[in-house]
Ligand binder design. Structure first.
Ligand SMILES: [Zn+2]
Ligand SMILES: [Zn+2]
Length: 414
């Protein structure tokens, strides 16, 4: 019984590719946000001038009824759109503010195939939210609730760049279908849709190099500081000496030769992660997350210390210092637990209110152990001492599952 997932090198590479996509998104989002804002500004200014309007705002129109500014000719949409509002019988309400029909047209003419996807957007937001316009260029659904570039995944951002001709003027790369942006969109699908979750080194390098090439686009992206920072992170992913050590989104990437120290850290994090799983409320989880980062900063200081010791000539001194550091880490962990984690509400159903010292209010729940004897018959025995839980025939147990009704005290016990 081993409750850890052991990742082989190929799986780690796949995880790195997944992180690559997240980094790529981080590198593209501010740029996409800027360009989308400018596009919206230009569209609105253009409408203001050509229609001689004082204001260009509207929050009244509906996609289902909006009459576009363009009209059908010979019973067909002049842009060749099959399902355009110009041809639909129900779409007869012209925007009272004379804005939305014109925006509708502009979105069509800015689209590479003149076929925007209206499913992700809300027409009512077009004049005050630039991302609602940008989302019309994302070919697939599922982005209705995404309200900004930062909120949109890497696939969505690539769609916006590839399908929106306004963006084409802002990148050096020519979108031809075999360009690097389109390639990386394919890579993204390959990474996300793999069934094996494994990756060879050559493939990982191709993927990451593609992502870097996108960010190295010479026109505007390359010169931005946040893009350069992202490229650095992507390059690190290619380095085989970097390993992934934690399941959290901001994965800790540490040098492999720090393995000894890592064991202690992992133990601490594992304990806290187990507590997080036991706690139901979001606030409590966030609090623990903060504690994890405190721990991580302690650990990174210790890592520095160990590194420094690594260059010291005296092996003995190194060993004893290392032992001291370990003890120190343990002490700090215990202190941290006592101060922040071992506090609970006296009322099981009001977990956030009036936190008391754990020892003052904790009542040990009645617990039984479900055992299988040698004949594989199941039987339940009462828990008499803690060692009943953690050992079996004097051997320590690696995984312990605690089951019970809501409010029965699982989290507190943990
Ligand atoms: Zn039309
Ligand atoms: Zn309108």
């Amino acid at each position: 019984m081993d409750n850890k997932l052991h990742l082989d090198t190929d799986t780690c590479r796949w995880l790195k590719a997944r992180f690559g996509l997240i980094y790529l998104k981080d590198g593209l989002a501010p740029f996409c946000d800027d360009v989308a804002k400018q596009q919206q500004r230009e569209i609105l200014n253009h409408i203001k001038q050509t229609k001689k309007l004082l204001t260009v705002t509207c929050s009244e129109c509906d996609l289902g009824t909006l009459k576009p500014d363009h009209e059908k000719t010979d019973n067909k949409c002049p842009f060749g759109q099959k399902y355009c509002n110009c041809c639909k019988t129900g779409c007869k309400i012209a925007c009272r503010n004379k804005v939305c029909g014109a925006i509708y047209d502009k979105i069509i003419t800015s689209h590479v195939t003149k076929a925007p996807n209206w499913k992700n957007t809300d027409v009512k937001k077009w004049t005050n939210d630039s991302w609602s316009i940008a989302k019309c260029f994302i070919y697939t659904g599922g982005y209705e609730q995404k309200s900004s570039a930062a909120d949109t995944d890497c696939a969505g951002l690539l769609h916006v760049i590839i399908n929106n001709t306004y963006f084409h003027d802002r990148i050096g790369c020519k979108i031809t279908g075999s360009d690097v942006f389109t390639k990386v969109r394919t890579y993204r699908n390959e990474i996300v849709h793999t069934s094996t979750m494994k990756l060879e080194k050559v493939r990982l390098d191709t993927y990451i190099d593609g992502m870097i090439a996108v960010l190295h686009d010479g026109k505007e992206l390359k010169g931005k500081q946040y893009v350069q920072d992202t490229v650095k992170k992507l390059e690190e992913l290619k380095n085989e000496d970097f390993i992934i050590t934690s399941q959290r989104r901001e994965c800790q990437i540490v040098l492999a030769d720090m393995k000894t120290l890592k064991k202690n850290i992992d133990k601490g994090l594992e304990d806290i992660n187990n507590s997080i799983e036991g706690l139901a409320t979001k606030d409590a989880c966030e609090k623990l997350e903060r504690q994890i980062s405190t721990l991580e900063s302690i650990v990174s200081k210790l890592t520095e210390e160990v590194k420094r010791l690594g260059t010291d000539n005296s092996a003995d001194k190194e060993q004893s210092n290392y032992e001291n550091l370990k003890k120190d880490l343990q002490k700090r962990l215990i202190k941290l637990y006592k101060k922040d984690v071992l506090r609970m509400s006296a009322m099981p159903l009001e977990q956030e209110s009036d936190l008391n010292d754990f020892e003052d209010v904790y009542v040990r729940p009645r617990m039984t152990i479900a055992k299988k004897d040698k004949k594989e018959d199941k039987k339940e025995v009462d828990v008499l001492s803690m060692s009943d839980i953690f050992t079996n025939d004097d051997e320590s147990i690696k995984s312990v599952y605690v089951l019970g009704e809501a409010g029965s005290g699982k989290s507190s016990f943990l």
